[in-house]
Design a protein around this ligand. Structure first.
Ligand code: NAD
Ligand code: ZN
Length: 336
């Protein structure tokens, strides 16, 4: 299946097909010099599959984990780009999860004021979410994604076969972002989580279809695109307070969404899906402590925060809530 993200001169194709990595040159011009960027955890077999089809390519690996989305790693990759004489006609291919895509994408956005960038997402999270939409970034100090750009790829190749090597916990982590997309925009996508077997290619395709539609309407997140932050305000706070070693991003978003699903029957459905996905339960938390992260996230410039709520399946509202209101929601708990 092929979809086009329609952003005028920044439009690009997304292929979602098991096996699409086997025929790279049908989809992208592989005759140029290609820098293949991947973290050290991406299985060699996937890198080899790509490199064997790019005659003039080299591979740049970096340590896995969020801490590589940093200025030092960014600079090291730029140094490698110079060392390999990369020109404006050449291209970068990211092969990896959201960390690889965000970092390699930011290198592509800035090297020589921007060179072609292709994304081959290899985690489910990247396949349903981060590889589409053009947000690329690194972290600085305690701020995630604080330095970056909107820089659309020239193409995205989503091959569900690469998920064969991804641990189940990472699959479930990515599924949360897909479920999020369904809850705000697509009831049929939520239904897919209740089928006897989880049809990953279908879940990926439906999630990307929704994300594509949202990004087409609001590329730079001045309005509608904010709805993709559903579950993320409290989720990020949990991630910062307790998540560093214990929880993955999607697991925290799952916890954060519960506070703002308003229909009790829907909340119960979602809780059953969480059980199926083996997601960790919300830990005992200190509302004051989470509030300190929520305030900090906004860097003290605002009195209210835009919160996305889901009154019923496939719909959303955006409300401006004061810090006091959010604190009282935290005090009542996610199951209130
Ligand atoms: N740009 C966006 O719009 C956007 C959206 C959501 C999240 N993000 C970012 O994405 C990042 C998280 O991404 P992630 O969850 O993909 O984590 P990740 O990139 O760290 O990947 C998770 C782990 O899986 C390993 N891995 C990747 N593919 C594999 C495979 N096929 N087989 C075996 N192991 C594999 C990696 O080596 C890594 O250790 C965060 O930095 C977040 O800020 C960006
Ligand atoms: Zn997220």
């Amino acid at each position: 299946m092929k979809m086009i993200v329609d952003l005028k001169e920044h439009s690009y194709p997304i292929w979602i097909e098991p096996g699409c990595l086997d025929s790279l040159s049908d989809r992208i011009d592989t005759s140029r010099r290609m820098a293949l960027i991947a973290d050290a955890g991406i299985p060699e077999s996937w890198i080899q599959k790509v490199q064997s089809q790019c005659p003039d390519s080299f591979v740049l690996r970096f340590a896995q984990g969020e801490s590589s989305k940093c200025f030092l790693q960014y600079e090291a990759l730029l140094q490698e780009m110079i060392r390999h004489d990369m020109t404006r006609k050449d291209a970068i291919i990211a092969i990896g999860g959201g960390v690889t895509g965000d970092l390699a994408g930011f290198v592509a956005a800035t090297y020589m004021r921007g060179i072609d960038f292709y994304n081959i997402p290899t985690t489910l999270l990247a396949q349903v979410d981060s590889s589409v939409g053009g947000k690329v970034a690194i972290d600085m100090n305690e701020y995630k994604n604080i330095v970056g750009a909107f820089y659309q790829p020239k193409g995205v190749l989503i091959d569900p076969n690469v998920l064969q090597t991804l641990p189940p916990r990472q699959i479930h982590n990515g599924l949360v972002e897909a479920l999020k997309t369904g809850l705000i925009q697509d009831p049929a996508l939520v239904d897919l989580f209740e089928e006897e077997t989880l049809d990953l290619p279908q879940i990926i395709a439906r999630s990307i279809a929704v994300k594509k539609r949202i990004v087409e309407q609001d590329e730079k997140e001045t309005g509608l695109r904010k709805i993709l932050n559903f579950g993320h305000t409290i989720g990020h706070a949990i991630e910062s307070a307790y998540g560093l070693e214990s929880y993955l991003h999607g697991e925290c978003v799952a916890m954060g969404m519960l506070f703002f699903i308003e229909d009790p029957a829907l909340k119960n459905r979602v809780l059953s899906i969480y059980e199926r996905l083996d997601l960790p339960a919300l830990p005992a938390y200190d509302p004051q402590e989470l509030m300190s992260y929520i305030r900090h996230d906004k860097k003290g410039k605002h009195d209210t925060i835009s919160i996305v709520k889901v009154p019923d399946i496939g719909t959303f509202t955006i409300e401006e809530l004061s810090y006091e209101q959010i604190e009282s929601i935290l005090e009542k708990g996610a199951l209130a």
